[in-house]
Design a protein around this ligand. Structure first.
Ligand SMILES: Cc1cc2nc3c(=O)[nH]c(=O)nc-3n(C[C@H](O)[C@H](O)[C@H](O)COP(=O)(O)O)c2cc1C
Length: 200
């Protein structure tokens, strides 16, 4: 919990409701990254954000191919996601690490979204990134790639990342943190995301 009572400045920030969006780069049932996205979303909501959780299973997209784009135009799901991104002040992405990089689902989704100029999907939000892995390293190699990808589309990504190792033990099935040190780190990152706001 953010100790708002002891920090009037933080409590005051709640007046400005921010739109926060969380998403997981895995749609696997019982995805650890979905747990992380939910747990972190709760932190953002506790800090006063108006939270939307995006389940990418609700936005299926074909594997990007410029021919498809040329023939059919922008898929509705890419437009819908770009609009959600463009309206968010804070976006937290939890990505699985696959062979040292991000999941193909997440990369494909970001590629489609990056084609949307109208909604300026990466121009407004402050991005936070995290990864949950059953291994001990917490997906940090994948997070380096995710930072580069988001940087290449002009997104503002905060410096701290939330790599969660042994994730099955420190995130509950219902999507809560159950490790005090991890929860403290999540609080710090949520607070940093709230305080860093891009000037339009
Ligand atoms: C193709 C593939 C590659 C993987 N590579 C890594 C890896 O490089 N590092 C790692 O920590 N875990 C790796 N894993 C294990 C994933 O971290 C693990 O399956 C995780 O639970 C996936 O995220 P999810 O639970 O959100 O679906 C890999 C899994 C798959 C299927």
């Amino acid at each position: 919990m953010l100790p708002e009572a002891a920090h009037p400045e933080r409590a005051r920030k709640k007046i400005f409701m921010r739109n926060a969006l969380t998403l997981s780069g895995s749609i696997r049932s019982d995805s650890l990254n979905a747990r992380l996205a939910r747990a972190f979303g709760e932190k953002l909501a506790q800090a006063g954000a108006n939270l939307t959780h995006v389940d990418l299973a609700d936005y299926p997209l074909e594997l990007f191919n410029a021919d498809l784009e040329a023939q059919n135009g922008e898929p509705d799901n890419a437009v819908a996601l770009a609009r959600l991104f463009g309206n968010a002040d804070i976006i937290f992405i939890a990505s699985p690490e696959y062979n040292g990089s991000v999941s193909p689902l997440l990369k494909n989704t970001l590629d489609w979204i990056s084609r949307q100029r109208t909604h300026k999907p990466f121009a407004r939000a402050t991005f936070g990134i995290g990864a949950a892995s059953p291994g001990s390293m917490g997906g940090i190699s994948g997070l380096r790639h995710l930072r580069e990808i988001l940087g290449s589309v002009g997104a503002l990504v905060i410096p701290k990342t939330l790599g969660v190792g042994n994730a099955g033990k420190v995130l509950t099935e219902s999507g809560r943190f159950c490790d005090p040190a991890l929860e403290e780190r999540a609080d710090e990152i949520a607070e940093m995301m709230h305080s860093i706001q891009r000037r339009m």
